[in-house]
Design a protein around this ligand. Sequence first.
Ligand SMILES: Cc1ncc(COP(=O)(O)O)c(C=O)c1O
Length: 606
Amino acid sequence: MASFNEKTIYELNDEYSIILIEDFNNHLKIELYQNQILTYDVLLNDHQCSTITHKLCETKAELYNLLCDLLITMKSSISVTNSRYLEILLPIYFGHEKTRTKVWIFKIEFQRFLFIDDKKMDEISLDPLDWTEIRSLGHQIMDDMINYLSDIRLRPAWRPMPPIVRKAIAQTDIPLKGQSPFEVYDEVCSLVLPYSVGNNHPHFWGYVQGTGSLIGAFAEFITGTMNTMSWGGHQASIYIERQILSWLKVLMNFPNDDTSSGLLVSGTSVATIIAMAVARKKFCNRTMKVYCSKEAHSCLIRAIDLLNIGKENIISISTNSERQIDLKALEAALDPYSCGFIVGSAGTVATGAIDDLKGLANICARRPNDLWFHIDGAIGAVARCSKRLRPLFNGFEHADSIAFDLHKWLFVPYECGCILIRHGELHKSTFSQPAASYLTLMDGGITPSEGEVFFSDYGLELSRNMKSLKVWMTLKTYGIEKFGQIMEQNVDQAKHFVRLIEQYSNQFEVLTTGPLNIVCFRCIVSRSHVIDLEILNKLNKQMLITIQERGTAVVSPIAIDHNKFGLRMCITNHRTKMSDIDKFMEQLSQLADELLNLPEYSCLLN
Ligand SMILES: Cc1ncc(COP(=O)(O)O)c(C=O)c1O
């Protein structure tokens, strides 16, 4: 057997030869010579030798010995493929029968050999010394992630994190020295992956959370790899974002030209802050009151707070029986002496109610210099993808600003929202600042002063990631029509659930539902006699927690008319099937029986 420190030249064929050596860093080094010129090499440690050979050789000495043996006895089993890979192919016989043969194949990938002087060897980088090993980790992660999604139905909708897992995460100090990325990934698999909030699952119907998509996940990997800073300038990311904004303007029936503007942001909360800041700029220093229905989302209050508009300037308007803003009440409340930021909800978070957007637009049109018409389309705006649902959203064409999410019903992976503003110049003047000297625009190059858009002039962030690629790949891969169909499917599933609850009316009741994908319901005991609301609320809370903790499904809590605790189902999910809804109803019914048998709820039955 050859000694590990020997240097022998092995000719593989007329063109290639290799040398196996132990390198000064205690690696096994394999050099590949092409026509006697060193063209590629690779350094392998024990771990890499084990990975590459699929654990056939546990150490570099074992791989060295195996290669030496093969090169002496069975040279033909080693070949150079694609001039970068050394492919080793060996039949393994086990047992006595010759038929029981297994062919073991593994590849060793080389790096192009560069002459590096000793000084440069001391320089460090985060890149791997050897890309072969990290490639195998990358392939492993890709496979695992695809399985993670394809097997999602086999797992519970949600599972609590056991204390031992939380402890394992909390226990570690800031790492001083690095560890193997394989080990780190092992920790991801055991500590992180199983414990998401569950929104990819077909039975996730809580809050308003999108289900993402595999294509979106691929886009995130590409985005992370490109790692391009997307503040602006001459680069693909900016052109893609411009194109997406143009598509979204068309989808929202907004002027698709340079008079209007837009920006991809983290979500509707940030989009709302931007819209309010631009409106305030328009109204100079005059008082601006914010008018919205009492069903409007709390992100408005945060924006008012942050922009120092003053909570006394929030005017909460009552709603009608459809939970839409009451237009008459709004008109009566409008202050003729101050400016107004009028909010229309295109899908309220509690019930999915859509305000009369045309009616709001008409009111704003009467005082265009004083009133700004803003649409909160976080949930519903993208439902304009569906021809059937689009008429619900008439009035978008009159908005001064529209804030909406792509990470909800458009299934772009978190985070991604959008703000569109009708007044592009005003938008830019709200956020742009005189360029610091290091951001000076040039006559050409990456930052030309002519022709390029600098998105950092339109929002809060200078450093921005490339949100555009995941939107672009998602829209191109699936197309608007498919999204429209999925949204219609979700709306039909919600309507089906309402019908099911009506069939189980001795156990359940619908509290509210709207024109979209949201149903609020609760378990009841009897319609015929007065029941203790406090205990009924407790029962419903227990029901919600049990559904989640058993991993059956995820629905979220809601208070209807202030004091009725309800369960809220919002189907923003391309994986949900009608049969999932049927099964859930059966599980709800069984759970209701089970809970009502508990002593603390039995009084409800008397
Ligand atoms: C109606 C409405 N507006 C605004 C928001 C805030 O959006 P984001 O969480 O994307 O910031 C939400 C979130 O669910 C919402 O439902």
